[in-house]
Ligand binder design. Structure first.
Ligand SMILES: NC(=O)C1=CN([C@@H]2O[C@H](COP(=O)(O)OP(=O)(O)OC[C@H]3O[C@@H](n4cnc5c(N)ncnc54)[C@H](O)[C@@H]3O)[C@@H](O)[C@H]2O)C=CC1
Ligand SMILES: O=C(O)CCC(=O)C(=O)O
Length: 424
């Protein structure tokens, strides 16, 4: 990840707005950066120790909230950046949360199932005293999932000697997970795309979409967008990409992926992609397809100054966190390409995590329909706010989203009065 890559946008927002100096100082500095060494016993009896972090960036609006990433590239800078984005995202969505993020520098593909469980539990053992439903609430991110959240939640409860269903979100349903969390990020991204299409007076069937990253967020987005009538013409993962100019139903491809196949294997070993004139692509070439919408749902820095010239899409839908580097972002703005920003587009995940937290605290259970309705209502307010703010200010959608978020945080800082330091 480019160092401090959201700082320019945050600085622009802070400089453009008439804010008290306190907000500037607090938003430019992370509150707590916790560095840990997380040990596990390997299956062969040896000890392995993994570097790990939790960054609690800002808690003015509420307990810090954000996922935990297991990836070999995780480091303190990246985790800080992701926690800063969570701060903006939670404020933009008007959630009573600050921003946090965690990570373990590990390649989970090299661990057995048992080692993975030990790692998840060990991470929580190290963090336990500094997290909790009123302090800092972890959730899934890249390479972590409901099963891992279940292990983490169980470890938290065992140490606390109490059931604390609001301490971790993204849990499996039997442990107090929320209906709709698995699809939430894709669902939220679809609401933003629908808002854009409505404003452009475009019928979904006339909008072609390519999706980079057919993982949790990208696959659900592709399936829901297909069901809503958008034309999915390409999907990719790290190993392969499938393209069909006439569009296709991504659901059978997802079923094959769920069996553990990567997309190159889905293409070569199954019949689900034979019918509609599919072709196999190199994953990098998906970015070059002439489509209306390029949905980026893999990792950060997918589009940088090196390849921004190859992008032909008219709209970029940032489902991943930070998939467009700041330099590429500026180049796209200058070319008139609309970038729908991560802090809005992928906020469905943390919003349903908030619903899970509320259910955990109240003991209530909401149906999938209720969760979806609440999510839709929230996006129907926040997405138009961003479009309108961008129009009024003459800025990019990202700058508009940051402006709305930073104003909300600044008001909270002012309302807290003179002793508003980070606390907690
Ligand atoms: N899962 C969630 O609820 C949320 C996820 N996000 C963000 O969305 C992004 C994806 O997260 P998840 O779907 O959870 O992760 P995931 O691990 O389920 O999926 C990531 C997918 O990207 C693919 N990928 C990696 N490099 C690629 C490349 N160069 N080209 C094409 N595909 C590539 C992987 O093969 C995998 O299929 C991350 O940036 C994450 O922070 C953001 C908000 C919530
Ligand atoms: O569900 C959550 O609390 C966090 C999701 C997350 O990590 C993200 O939005 O990047």
């Amino acid at each position: 990840m480019a160092k401090d890559s959201s700082t320019p946008v945050l600085d622009q927002a802070l400089d453009r707005l008439d804010l008290a100096d306190d907000a500037r100082k607090m938003l430019r500095n992370p509150h707590k950066r916790i560095e840990m060494s997380v040990p596990i016993r390997r299956d062969d009896g040896t000890l392995a120790v993994f570097p790990a972090w939790r960054v609690q960036y800002n808690n003015v609006l509420g307990p810090t909230k954000g996922g935990v990433r297991f990836h070999p590239g995780v480091n303190l800078e990246e985790t800080t950046e992701l926690a800063r984005w969570m701060t903006i995202k939670c404020a933009l969505m008007d959630l009573p949360f600050g921003g946090g993020k965690g990570g373990v520098q590990v390649d989970p593909k090299e661990l057995s199932r048992q080692e993975l469980e030990r790692l998840a539990r060990s991470y929580i053992r190290e963090l336990h005293d500094l997290m909790g439903p009123d302090t800092d609430i972890p959730a899934p991110d890249v390479n972590t999932n409901p099963r891992i959240m279940g292990w983490m939640a169980d470890e938290y409860d065992q140490i606390a000697r109490a059931k604390a269903p609001a301490a971790i979100t993204g849990k499996p349903l039997p442990l107090g997970g929320s209906e709709g969390r698995v699809a939430a990020t894709g669902q939220g991204a679809l609401y933003v795309l629908q808002e854009w299409a409505g404003r452009q007076e475009k019928a979904p069937k006339d909008v072609t979409v390519a999706v980079q990253g057919f993982g949790n967020a990208g696959a659900y987005f592709a399936m829901l967008a297909h069901e809503a009538g958008f034309k999915i013409v390409a999907v990719s993962d790290s190993r392969g990409a499938i393209h069909a100019e006439g569009g296709f139903d991504p659901r059978p491809i997802h079923e094959e992926k769920e069996k553990g196949k990567s997309l190159d294997k889905v293409y070569s070993d199954t019949s689900v992609v034979d019918a509609d004139g599919h072709e196999e692509l190199d994953p990098d070439d998906l970015l070059k397809i002439d489509v209306d919408v390029l949905a980026l749902a893999a990792l950060q820095d997918a589009v940088t100054e090196d390849n921004v010239g190859d992008v032909q899409a008219k709209v970029i839908l940032e489902i991943a966190n930070g998939p467009v580097s700041p330099t590429a972002d500026d180049a796209l703005f200058d070319r008139g390409v609309t970038v729908l920003p991560d802090v809005l587009v992928n906020a469905g995940g943390v919003t349903v995590s908030y619903y899970e937290w509320v259910q955990g605290r109240t003991g209530d259970r909401w149906s999938e329909e209720e969760v979806r309705d609440r999510l839709k209502t929230r996006f129907e307010k926040v997405a138009p706010d961003c479009f309108e703010r961008a129009e009024t200010d003459g800025t990019s959608m990202r700058q508009a989203a940051y402006a709305l978020a930073v104003e909300r945080i600044s008001q909270a800082i002012e309302s807290r009065g003179d002793s508003c330091y980070f606390k907690g």
